[in-house]
Ligand binder design. Structure first.
Ligand code: IMP
Length: 427
């Protein structure tokens, strides 16, 4: 069996975890390939309730191997806390592996994330302040420390000492902040390294072996395509690639093995942090949606902005990723709305625009051109088959499918596993 990628198609928080959970029952391995503990989702299952930030959702399946790939930036302290929570819930964490090539989030990354955000003043990016951006900067600058480095304390100390000298120079000269202690960081990270050592290894051969046996590998995306560092609403983006291309480089897998690319769209997009969102819902309706759906960030607790479905962005993301199927999540949230809008194009400087613009200043001037469709004003949360949905809800999903240019295979109508409508086979 091949590899299947599950990709967030908006600004994150689309409900990818539920789709991964659904597919995990048939998979042998789940690989997280990008981002860090800036991501977050809540998982409720027979073991309890967990907030996962770094650990792949596959950890809850006893027969699955879970991998944190080379493309993830790992905060080892945060990972250990998360693993402890999962372990205390009675879950076996023995089959979790971390790529020895994964870069680490270091204490100076947290500090610099905060200092950089404050120095940007009104132009702040609204980062999660988890040090993720600065960790990716160091990776590209070839100043990163990788998980495998923790396995050789002497070499780790030498490298840390070189890097910290540079970081301290910036921290004191640019930000006039107190410098950081080499010994403290070294001791803390050596202790983390000792605990994580059984999990750190070459992960690419494990994946290759699974694929060669014909078993399924799930590539679990974090964040969403509109936060992609190349194709998102730059500079209001994250620092990695949450798209299918990022899955290849962030997991160490050839595109040849990826036979399914599932785009996960929430029935209404949300955005946390700063940056443009052309289809923002105006006024009280947005508050109603946010409260009804409890749209607050799982990592930072910040309120999420809620929008109408953006067909221009959806077509763009769908084409870039080559989605083979779409999952639409949280359709039930729209049950309470008498009218629902869907954006078909933008109006910009007197012109109709059907392509998602690269320029932020153009995007900021874009006014959505909406099609309004009547709501269904009835609960969909008990629907289990396509035919159980009211015809207005079916029409809405068909509209999503048309603007995104890809078939909707799955519709989710609630958080529970059984609240899932499989309209056509996902694989
Ligand atoms: P960073 O990834 O912490 O540098 O934050 C950059 C931007 O990405 C900010 O707007 C964050 O709110 C957003 N972001 C990062 N991770 C997530 C996520 O998992 N869900 C939603 N937004 C995210």
């Amino acid at each position: 069996m091949p590899a299947i990628a599950v990709i967030g198609a908006q600004w994150g928080d689309e409900g990818k975890g539920k789709v991964v959970d659904y597919l995990a029952a048939r998979a042998k391995m789940v690989v997280r390939f990008s981002g860090g503990n800036n991501a977050g989702h809540t998982v409720i299952n027979q073991y309890g309730e967990f907030r996962l930030h770094l650990v792949p959702s596959g950890i809850f399946y006893p027969n699955l191997t879970s991998i944190i790939g080379n493309g993830v930036v790992v905060d080892p302290g945060a990972l250990l806390d998360e693993l402890e929570g999962v372990r205390q819930g009675g879950v076996d964490i023995g089959s979790l592996y971390i790529s020895d090539r994964a870069n680490l989030v270091m204490p100076y990354h947290w500090l610099l994330d905060g200092l950089e955000e404050e120095s940007r003043g009104k132009g702040s990016l609204g980062t999660t302040r988890k040090g993720v951006g600065p960790a990716y900067v160091d990776k590209a600058a070839r100043l990163g420390i990788r998980a495998g480095d923790l396995l050789d304390p002497a070499a780790f100390r030498q490298r840390l000492s070189l890097i910290l000298e540079q970081k301290n120079a910036i921290i004191s000269a640019v930000y006039h902040s107190p410098t950081m202690s080499l010994d403290e960081i070294y001791d803390e990270y050596c202790a983390h390294g000792e605990k994580l050592a059984p999990h750190i290894r070459h992960t690419e051969p494990l994946m290759a072996e699974t694929l060669s046996k014909g078993e399924m590998v799930l590539l679990e995306g974090a964040q969403g395509a509109l936060l992609d560092v190349d194709f998102g609403t730059y500079p209001y983006v994250t620092s990695s690639s949450p798209m299918v291309g990022g899955a290849c480089t962030g997991a160490g897998i050839s595109p040849r093995y990826i036979s399914g690319i599932i785009g996960v769209f929430k029935a209404y997009p949300t955005r946390v942090g700063v940056g443009p969102m052309p289809t923002l819902i105006e006024g009280e309706t947005q508050d109603m949606v946010r409260e009804h759906a409890h749209e607050y960030g799982a990592t930072t607790g910040r309120p999420r902005r809620c929008g109408w479905f953006d067909g221009v962005a959806a077509a763009y993301v769908s084409q870039l990723n080559g989605f083979s199927a779409i999952a639409v999540t949280r359709l039930d949230v729209l049950d309470v709305l008498p009218n629902i809008k869907i954006c078909r194009a933008y109006q910009c400087n007197g012109e109709r625009l059907e392509h998602f613009p690269a320029s932020l200043s153009v995007l900021e001037q874009c006014q959505p051109i909406y099609e309004e469709i009547p709501g269904w004003l009835t609960s969909t949360s008990e629907a289990r088959h396509w035919d159980d949905l009211p015809h207005q809800a079916q029409a809405y999903v068909q509209c999503v499918e048309e603007v995104a240019g890809c078939p909707v295979a799955v519709v989710s109508v609630g958080p529970r596993r059984e609240q899932t409508i499989l309209r056509s086979p996902l694989l």
